[in-house]
Write a new protein. Structure first.
Length: 126
């Protein structure tokens, strides 16, 4: 997919009982991969909150997402000005959920969410 270009998000939520909830949607505008990753996170946080989650572990293959949302002390990352409102929204959602761990995984380990997003983009390209 071109970057920037059409965007879609895919996410997989796994409950403590091992149940899976999969979701995907195409976004109505174009943008960059970082915006799509961030939107997927916001969708996932909203779904987790609606499900009553009190603790959450988020896996992402986006280094940028982790750097921008790092809540640990240290040198803050250089902001992505265009996306800062979305990052602020994500920080607020993370704090509202309570215990949230953000973890990086290699892209090959995030293939299910990636496949959902790709399918959402391709479904409307006909």
């Amino acid at each position: 997919m071109p970057n920037p270009g059409r965007m879609a998000v895919g996410l997989v939520l796994t409950g403590p009982d091992g149940s899976h909830h999969r979701a995907a949607r195409r976004l109505p505008h174009t943008g960059c991969n970082n915006e799509a990753e961030l939107t997927a996170l916001l969708d996932g946080l909203q779904a987790a909150q609606q499900a009553g989650a009190q603790a959450l572990r988020v896996y992402t293959d986006s280094h940028v997402l982790l750097e921008q949302l790092a809540l640990a002390p240290g040198r803050p990352p250089r902001p992505i000005v265009r996306l800062e409102p979305l990052f602020a929204q994500a920080r607020q959602a993370l704090q509202a959920l309570g215990t949230v761990q953000l973890r990086w995984v290699p892209r090959r380990c995030n293939s299910e969410a990636d496949a959902l997003a790709r399918a959402a983009v391709e479904a409307l390209e006909v």
